[in-house]
Design a protein around this ligand. Structure first.
Ligand code: PGA
Length: 253
């Protein structure tokens, strides 16, 4: 039985005031839903604040990205070791916005995944197809290519301590959630691919759905057998909506 994980991805949003209010509001639902793991991934500059606010609570947190390097002349970057020092459990890697706006290739993503894991963080690997690829029926092929690139560099056992997030790009921030059936089919295919390497890994790895997962759509998604929670953008910025999503994960158990 896989533990559901509901993770917020705040992206480039927040102020000291809003972060404080949001983290404080999420501590109670995180505690009240003990069978669900709840986490928020924050812009790097807010991670220290989240660390202070979340101390002693059930709320876990992480970064939205990490550099490949741990130190050196890489102006503007945040290293996995630094992120770990601030108490993060997770680091998102390969989000489609990083792939698109920061030219992160499959190779870069695979190496970031390695650096994140080496620092003792759990990588949350995002994969997913564009609208054009979806319309051409290339969804599974795209996901397999993105996943294989990481397996080739890190090995299948690396997924014993990692999370996968399937995020169709056409659903991100558009309000067009993938139907539970579409998402379930892709998740099952991802698990089938992993099973070719290791049945243990395929059975144990958490596969989250992301892309307009919200208070209305979360329950039906989380009811699907291969969907183990959500990576939530917009709706994770509103405490009542994110709370409903956390509760949906408990209800769907
Ligand atoms: P969204 O974003 O929930 O706002 O669609 C999800 C994500 O990009 O992780």
């Amino acid at each position: 039985m896989r533990t559901p994980l509901v993770m917020g991805n705040w992206k480039l949003n927040g102020t000291k005031e809003s972060v404080t209010a949001l983290v404080n509001a999420l501590k109670a639902p995180a505690a009240a839903n003990p069978k669900v793991e709840v986490a928020v991934c924050a812009p790097a500059i807010f991670i220290g604040l989240v660390e202070q606010l979340a101390a002693g609570s059930a709320l876990k947190y992480g970064s939205e990205d990490a550099d490949i390097h741990n130190s050196g002349a890489f102006t503007g970057e945040n290293s996995p070791v630094m992120i770990k020092e601030f108490g993060c459990k997770y680091a998102i890697v390969g989000h489609s916005e990083r792939r698109a706006y920061h030219n992160e290739t499959d190779e870069v993503v695979a190496n970031k995944f390695k650096a994140i894991q080496a620092a003792g963080l759990v990588p949350v690997l995002c994969i997913g197809e564009s609208l054009e690829q979806f319309e051409k029926g290339e969804t599974n092929a795209v996901c397999e290519k993105q996943l294989k690139a990481v397996i080739d560099v890190n090995g299948i056992d690396a997924f014993k301590n990692a999370v996968i997030a399937y995020e169709p790009i056409w659903a991100i921030g558009t309000g067009k959630t993938a139907t539970p059936e579409i998402a379930q089919n892709v998740h099952a295919n991802i698990r089938a691919l992993l099973a070719k390497y290791s049945k243990d890994v395929a059975d144990s790895v958490q596969i989250l759905y992301g892309g307009s997962c919200n208070a209305k759509t979360a329950y039906d998604l989380f009811k699907q057998p291969d969907i183990d929670g959500g990576l939530v953008g917009g709706a994770s910025l509103k405490a009542p909506d994110f709370t409903t999503i956390i509760e949906s994960a408990t209800k769907a158990l």
